[in-house]
Design a protein around this ligand. Structure first.
Ligand code: FRU
Length: 528
């Protein structure tokens, strides 16, 4: 990913980490250090995503501080500089000018004085309300949770940068918000135009609630209201987000989206992400009454958690784009990759659309990904029945693909693809017309036995539109993302196929289906 291989600062950090961690007792941290110190990063390791963000080395979880500033998309992330399991939480950092090619930068915020740097967000303080910059050079301000390791306390803190995020100063008046709570985290801050104030949405995880706070200067915060419990409460609430979106492209009809992650209690166990649609007046979030009692999942796969949307994308661009951690706390620390662990999803652009059962979030892969399209295979309209060999020409090199397919279901019970296919393994990405759902079946996808909760079938309800279904699929060595019917539903799943399991084929069960159109692109690596 256009990596300016900043091996020097990173190696320094690693050496420093080894010295520190050698003195510590935790078995996990010791293991992490060994991994980190022994293996060099090639970006071509087995399972290394080629067009998804992953850190060069070590452990990553939630995306943090997603903000656009002066032509750069910043991606901060929960990072352990010293090992490949969770610990020493700090903010790793990367930037991109196109959301596809990422440049790794040194760690932005390091744990210090028994305070880990937990998840949070970042804003550009255009009016210099904080006083950290100037009118000519507005500061970037990061708002994060301080997680204390010597007492049961989480509080909200800020740090600022006046050099485009290249160096950061923690505010001397930290914490800026302390409610003396053990579980109080993941502040997402936005500028609320209507009430002319900063608004923070922050989780009270064990109460299944979020709170809203307001501020004029990012330093002093006052409580505005609470929301919850509502929707899914099968696990603690974390990492909320809040934004306004036009409904059906009409900005006069906008609604507010409140997104909240929960863990466990996701749609297929472990981590998951839900959203609420309603109104926000600068003080209170009111969920649309007709959606009460429902759970709306953001993504129906198992590997989508702690999603966060970009702040400060210019109005002339106008998109609401988000990126999610592509992992699940059930098995996050055991996925078989080295010397790094975890990846982000591809960035997705959001809209709200009205369907017969109400207003829903609709997701599209960002168009910038199209620059990676290489060899193109296009197939004519034709009937498919049973196992098809139509894709034989693509099949030998199918582990970095974009697929756009449209089917008339006709007589078939199931129609779709087998991907990451080898002699004895496959991941099934298909539509079940009998039961009306899109699914990814990774029970026989390769390595699954590192955790008993990994193998499984993940289903998203999806209606045919005039007898047709459309699948838009991204396969990147160890991940599958499927957008059904132009993003009405999405399924995001990691897979760990054997080397050589890179085939793709079409199939139906129960009768024939009509392939209406099919485009497949080989995708180039963004590391080059
Ligand atoms: C979510 C989370 C956050 C927390 C962070 C710590 O994955 O648990 O609530 O801030 O991870 O790494």
């Amino acid at each position: 990913m256009n990596i300016k291989k900043i091996t020097n600062p990173l190696s320094l950090l690693l050496i420093f980490g080894i010295l520190i961690t050698a003195c510590q007792s935790s078995e996990n941290r010791q293991e992490g250090v060994e991994t980190a110190s022994q293996e060099a990063t090639t970006y071509n390791e087995q399972y290394r995503p080629q067009f998804h963000f992953s850190p060069a080395k070590n452990w990553m979880n939630d995306p943090n501080g997603l903000v656009y500033h002066d032509g750069e998309y910043h991606l901060f992330y929960q990072y352990n500089p010293f090992g490949d399991t969770w610990g020493h939480m700090s903010w790793g950092h990367a930037v991109s000018d196109d959301l596809v090619h990422w440049e790794h930068l040194p760690v932005a915020l390091e744990e210090e004085n028994n305070v880990m740097i937990f998840s949070g967000s970042a804003v550009v303080d255009h009016n210099n309300t904080s006083g950290f910059g100037s009118a000519d050079n507005p500061p970037m301000v990061a708002i994060y949770t301080g997680h204390h390791t010597d007492q049961e306390l989480q509080d909200q803190r800020i740090a600022y940068s006046t050099d485009n995020g290249r160096s950061w100063t923690k505010y001397e008046g930290n914490p800026v918000l302390d409610e003396e709570m053990a579980n109080f985290r993941d502040p997402k801050v936005i500028w609320h135009e209507g009430s002319q104030q900063w608004v923070m949405v922050v989780a009270l995880p064990t109460e299944y609630k979020v709170r809203f706070y307001g501020s004029e200067n990012l330093k002093e915060w006052n409580l505005l209201s609470e929301f919850g419990p509502s929707g899914a409460t099968g696990g603690i609430w974390e990492c909320p987000d809040l934004f306004e979106l036009a409904v059906d492209g009409d900005s006069d009809q906008s609604k507010w989206v409140l997104q909240v992650d929960l863990n466990p209690g996701g749609p297929f166990g472990g981590s998951g992400s839900q959203y609420f649609v309603g109104e926000f007046d600068g003080k209170t979030f009111a969920q649309d009454p007709d959606t009460e009692g429902e759970t709306r999942w953001v993504d129906y796969g198992k590997d989508f958690y702690a999603v966060q949307s970009y702040d400060n994308i210019p109005e002339n661009n106008g998109r609401r784009i988000w990126i999610s951690w592509m992992n699940n706390w059930q098995y996050a620390e055991q996925i078989p990759t080295s010397p790094w662990r975890s990846a982000m999803t591809i960035p997705r652009s959001l809209s709200l659309q009205t369907f017969d059962d109400g207003i829903h979030l609709v997701h599209q892969p960002v168009q910038e990904l199209q620059q990676l399209r290489g060899e193109h295979h296009q197939f004519e309209q034709q009937e498919i029945s049973g196992a098809s060999d139509l894709l034989a020409e693509v099949s030998s090199n199918g582990n970095q693909l974009e697929v756009i397919a449209s089917f008339s279901v006709d007589e078939a019970d199931t129609v779709g693809f087998k991907v990451a296919q080898g002699t004895s393994e496959e991941t099934v990405v298909a539509y079940d017309a009998v039961n009306g759902y899109l699914f990814v079946d990774r029970t026989n996808s390769g390595q699954t036995d590192f955790n008993e909760n990994f193998a499984g079938v993940h289903k998203a309800p999806l209606k045919q539109v005039e007898g047709e279904v459309k699948l838009h699929i991204f396969i990147d060595r160890s991940s599958v993302e499927v957008f059904g019917n132009d993003g009405r539903v999405v399924i995001t799943d990691r897979i760990f196929p054997s080397d050589g399991s890179d085939g793709i084929s079409l199939f139906t069960t129960g009768g024939s289906a009509e392939l209406q159109s099919l485009d497949i692109w080989q995708l180039n690596s963004s590391w080059n």
